[in-house]
Design a protein. Structure first.
Length: 246
């Protein structure tokens, strides 16, 4: 099937999401809550585009919009720019301390609106990526709490989590730098909890926190071997080479 994006013919399969098709063809669509490792969130709405089918256009969220028929797509026309600008200023009010949001407002020339109430000190846009990363890659130590304007991401009762392993997956996927994570040569601190770091016995590189390494070994059904991936692969290669007499 062929669709056109900004006048460019693009091949696609029925059911593919518009964002995937655009990126495969080198067409830029801004996103915040999208991450290739997870299914579409559709939370930030920044990736809106206009889809025209049979002469009728509508605004859709491209990261969760599956293509069903031939259509024309516009990622940066006047209608999209106007609505994207509004979305960016709402996100800026929600996360006024985020440099990433300010840069996007400037890049896409978002108009200013004085009526939006700012959430002072906030960088979080409530995209939910951190919660999904923690649930799917780690232990589910954080979640969305409260409702309405008080809604936020936190550990239970804002106390240091008893199950968090300090892997930092949540901070690494956060698009606005809202999750603070600090490291010294020996420790990592996140969500108000400090973890001791483990170094590879082969090369000395940090391989994670003590809790993270133990958790990964339990999931794999093995015992921690104290090696980073590079040294582990080298050891396996050496064992294999020795076994075949190389």
């Amino acid at each position: 099937m062929i669709i056109t994006i900004n006048g460019i013919p693009c091949e696609c399969e029925k059911g593919e999401f518009l964002l995937q098709i655009a990126r495969r063809n080198g067409i830029e669509i801004p996103t915040l809550c999208h991450h290739d490792a997870f299914a579409g969130q559709g939370a930030c709405r920044l990736c809106i585009v206009e889809v025209v089918t049979r002469g009728r256009g509508r605004i859709v969220v491209s990261c969760v919009y599956p293509v069903a028929d031939e259509c024309e797509v516009y990622t940066d026309n006047e209608r999209v720019r106007r609505q994207r600008g509004m979305i960016l200023r709402l996100l800026e009010a929600r996360a006024p301390e985020s440099r990433e949001i300010r840069d996007l407002c400037e890049k896409y020339k978002a108009p200013k609106f004085d009526r939006f109430i700012r959430v002072d000190g906030s960088k979080c846009v409530m995209c939910g990526l951190c919660v999904k990363a923690c649930a799917e890659l780690s232990v589910g130590a954080i979640s969305t709490v409260n409702r309405g304007v008080s809604k936020e991401i936190a550990t239970p009762y804002h106390e240091p989590s008893s199950v968090c392993v300090g892997c930092g997956s949540c901070a690494h996927v956060c698009p606005t730098g809202a999750i603070e994570i600090t490291e010294t040569p020996d420790t990592r601190t996140i969500w108000g909890k400090t973890f001791r770091l483990v170094r590879c016995t082969g090369c000395g590189a940090v391989i994670g926190t003590e809790e993270e390494v133990a958790y990964a070994a339990r999931r794999a059904g093995t015992e921690p071997d104290g090696l980073c991936n590079t040294c582990r692969k080298k050891r396996i290669a050496d064992v294999f080479a020795h076994s075949v007499g190389v």
